[in-house]
Design a protein around this ligand. Structure first.
Ligand code: ATP
Ligand code: MG
Length: 219
């Protein structure tokens, strides 16, 4: 579902990423680990199509991302990927449900239908009672759960999360990580999570270490 071959990234002639090859199947969760500066965010930006690798190929859901135009990559990201970052980046002028509905509203779903799907997804992340509230009143953990609901609302084939638990306390961090793992299992989404957190990494099926370029397989 998510496959990379010989992906590298260079900035100003300096190699900032030389990634081990990834092969993430539906329902599988792979952790990307490595010290600060090892290229985790660079690899994840390449997987979301925001950044083009200097060399190598990235295929997600049968589509070779590096061959697409900028606009086609943006549409691919919107329609087929769920993306979560460390910062929830909710829009304060929208309600919680409207935030979670945003990707499918932008994709052209009728508003009422989009809001119904967003409410279902928010219930799955335990926020049914907060759907009509403002994001401004949410705790950090709740805001991250809205970001997860927004990432999952379109039923993405692949989910990419860059340190989604980094700004959270232990309980909330594990809640968010479990939501992503549970979604992978239930929806068959191929999932990649960059994390520094050993407890989060322990929930994943497989680990890509960018420092050692070693792939540690658990079975
Ligand atoms: N646009 C850029 N221009 C110059 N250097 C960059 C650029 N983007 C990334 N880098 C460098 O590439 C390296 C990898 O950065 P990246 O953000 O991918 O690391 P990371 O593993 O995500 O780190 P962290 O754990 O701190 O988030 C770093 O040394 C960074 O400074
Ligand atoms: Mg990073």
């Amino acid at each position: 579902m998510i496959d990379t071959t010989s992906v590298t990234a260079e900035v100003g002639g300096v190699r900032i990423l030389d990634s081990p090859d990834l092969g993430v199947v539906p329902g599988q969760v792979v952790a990307v680990v490595g010290p600060s500066g090892s290229g985790k965010s660079t690899l994840l930006r390449i997987l979301t199509g925001v950044q083009v690798p200097t060399s190598g190929s990235v295929t997600i859901d049968g589509v070779e991302l590096t061959r697409l135009s900028v606009g086609a990559r943006a549409a691919f990201r919107r329609d087929r990927l769920g993306v979560v970052f460390q910062d929830p980046e909710l829009l304060d002028e929208l309600s919680v449900a409207e935030n979670a509905a945003l990707p499918i509203v932008l994709a052209g779903r009728p508003r009422r239908e989009a809001l119904a799907l967003a409410r279902e997804q928010l219930a799955r992340v335990g926020l049914a009672s907060l759907v009509d509230g403002s994001p401004q009143t949410l705790s950090r953990g709740e805001a991250m759960r809205v970001a997860v609901a927004r990432a999952l609302v379109a039923g993405p084939r692949a989910v990419i999360a860059d340190e989604p638990t980094a700004s959270l306390d232990r309980t909330n961090a594990l809640t968010i990580a479990r939501l992503l793992v549970d979604n992978a299992r239930a929806a068959g989404a191929a999932t990649v999570i960059a994390s520094h957190d050993p407890e989060v990494v322990a929930l994943c099926d497989d680990v890509i270490d960018l420092r050692s370029e070693a792939r540690v397989t658990r079975s």
